[in-house]
Design a protein around this ligand. Sequence first.
Ligand SMILES: *Cc1c(COP(=O)(O)O)cnc(C)c1O
Length: 455
Amino acid sequence: MLYAQISIGRFWMRVVRESANSSSRPFFSPARGAALHCGRVSLESLARRFSTPLYVYSGDAIMERLRLFQRALSGRKALVCYAVKANSALAILKLLDRGGAGFDIVSGGELERVLAAAPGAAGRAVFSGVGKTAAEIDLALKAGILEFNVESEAELALLARRARKLKVRARFALRVNPDVFADTHPYISTGLREHKFGIDIRRAPAIYRKAAANGWLEAHGVSVHIGSQIRSADPFGAAIERVTKLVRQLRREGIALQVIDAGGGLGIDYHAEFDPGAPAARSSAAGWDAAAKVQEYAAAVEKALGDFEGRLLIEPGRFLVAQAGALLARVLYVKRNGKKTFVITDAAMNDLIRPALYQAHHEIVPVRRRAGRARVVDVVGPVCESGDFFARDRKLVPVAPGDLVALLDAGAYGMAQSSNYNTRPRAAEVLVEGGKARLIRRRETTADLLAPETI
Ligand SMILES: *Cc1c(COP(=O)(O)O)cnc(C)c1O
């Protein structure tokens, strides 16, 4: 008995220490036939406590990813600015703030989230986005953010007017468009000349020169963001090489930029086969390895920066949080229509829209595996749209009504893009840290949804 307790204790110690193993997702089954866990916490117990659909995140896995970037860039002045739009949960922002991260925001609302979760972080926040309003600019100027990543000449002119009005100097970077092709989904590719983002890099020098004459503007840096879910390091290197060249040219003209912001966009492997074994037992050599990806990315960035001695900012979103999260759903029905079998879950496209929006793939695994042969099924939600699916013609081990399934790699652009379509209250969210789970967002009620309306 004592021996058993010691060995179980050792098992959990190993699990907690290594559940954030960089090679893998933080979800696993502690024994054959046991339910999936996140750290020490069983997903079945979470579903009982908080019901479904439920987002479950591993705080330890998020912190491990942050440290991968911080360690890889420790050779220079660098700041990892988490892209808030990937997952803007206050508890996650607070966690990342404690880890020393800065933030990349794209709206006044996101700035207010950062200030609510991490009041001291304004000086580590950069503001990106093509359509900043005067009110949003004022909010950020008053908060004293690190820099505005400016996406047009008209925006720069508005920034100068607001800075003059508030009597503060505005630090800005031009977000340049390096005309680099990144092989990703067309909806999330942003680095080509014909995209709506950024300023043509060839026009940038003239704009910096003009801004130098305005005392309310401080040319602080240059930024670039070429897209999202980019799996190869090469396009990042190519983009930063062009930016570094621009910085050198401007320095020769007497405009000394202190910051290069390399943007975000490093992708993950959504198709990686799920290994339910304990993270400690998984081999990073066998599968996709986050640490190796970050090394490769950092090496490409370093090489492109050359002798640039200023500060490097990077803005990863997805890479920090995607694999740390799962959407937990319960199977409501299994039905056959013609030749097809549909598994209908209580989660829907309003909870996780990525499959409908980008044809995205999410691995779907039962929380407790049943015996039996895998079948080809569609996994769908209850929303009245044919686009409401999580998987089509997917081979899935048998599931029955009442079973729990986990949609993996749902930590980024999941809850953040959720909606109330079909008057569906949004899911609750749970954060697991050091073996303990806590609710970080309660489930919405229908009353929450009706509250802003009048008849
Ligand atoms: C969306 C976005 C990011 C983050 O992209 P990921 O693919 O989640 O890393 C970073 N910077 C800017 C400007 C963005 O718009």
